[in-house]
Design a protein around this ligand. Sequence first.
Ligand code: UFG
Length: 349
Amino acid sequence: MKKRILVTGGTGYIGSHTVVELINAGFEPIIIDNLSNSNIGVLDGIKRITGVEPIFENIDLKDYVSLNKFFQKYEGIEAIINFAASKAVGESVKMPVMYYRNNITSLLNLVELMPKYGINHIVFSSSCTVYGQPDVLPVTEQSPIQPATSPYGYTKQVCENIIRDTVKATVGMKSILLRYFNPIGAHPSAEIGELPNGVPNNLLPFVTQTAIGLRSELKVFGNDYNTPDGSCIRDYIYVVDLAKAHVMAVERMLDKKMKRSVEVFNLGTGTGLSVLEIVNKFMEVSGVNLPYQIAPRREGDIEKVWADPSLANKELGWKADTPLEDVLSSCWKWELKLQERREKDQQNS
Ligand code: UFG
């Protein structure tokens, strides 16, 4: 019998890549998603990659009654990976109530129902945003948590605490909190990838959309930071490497290898790259000349952050080892695929 894993937000960007890796590792993922920031076609992409169409339920996690019915219908779920959340920093500043409701209510419903259905394990998508601008780099899991600078960031801190408190109060419950750095890239097959809504906020989708001609130029937000080339530094982590870490976290839980009932892991490469380094490397890999100009700093940006991933390397046996060239070419291949789709849609309309 394959072990059943509930993946909330499983048609989303990181969720869909994780579903593929779970299937590859012999699990039976079940997806819950309300398709608020994804689309049902992602299931076809997963099927084309794996040969398996995962079970899918269109449920809003805020809806306690529907979630309860879901757990009645699907017995034997051994772990939950909770991706479902709103994730745009700027949007969260404009719509704080929506962010608190989406991200916190959903998690509360899950952790309230878990003991009722004998589910003891939950992996939670957290973020390096909890560290703010760290005083010391690289960032370890012991680095201090800084006051959040956006409602989005605050939901990640609150959700981590909700999990810690619930685990403390619930016999047998365990959790792994994964703090992602900057996820980028697409599946090498280009069957699944990131589907940004409207004008992308994140660097890589903006880069590829500019390269394909959808945007006239990239704005590099600031070249006067205290970094070697003046642009901000981030730790860009390949989404497939990130997805694999979730499978390892689930295996660690189910194989009873956890050393504490809540464990935290940074998921990054350990290498910081500047915006300009990414831009130049992308041009090299794609062969496309990317129009860009230096623009003022973006409000709320931190100067530099990168991970110390050694705990995840040691304890999960995980390493982000995909070369940057391959990661960036997966971004480009995915954008070319999206362009094909856009052209087809235009012809059909
Ligand atoms: N950038 C540009 N031009 C753009 C877009 C981004 O120069 O058009 C720069 C940003 O200023 C920043 C870097 O590219 O220096 C990365 O920006 P992203 O928006 O891609 O990512 P962030 O580091 O701002 O945000 C990411 C996640 C958040 C998470 C945050 C934690 O998207 O969910 O990391 O630091 F909260």
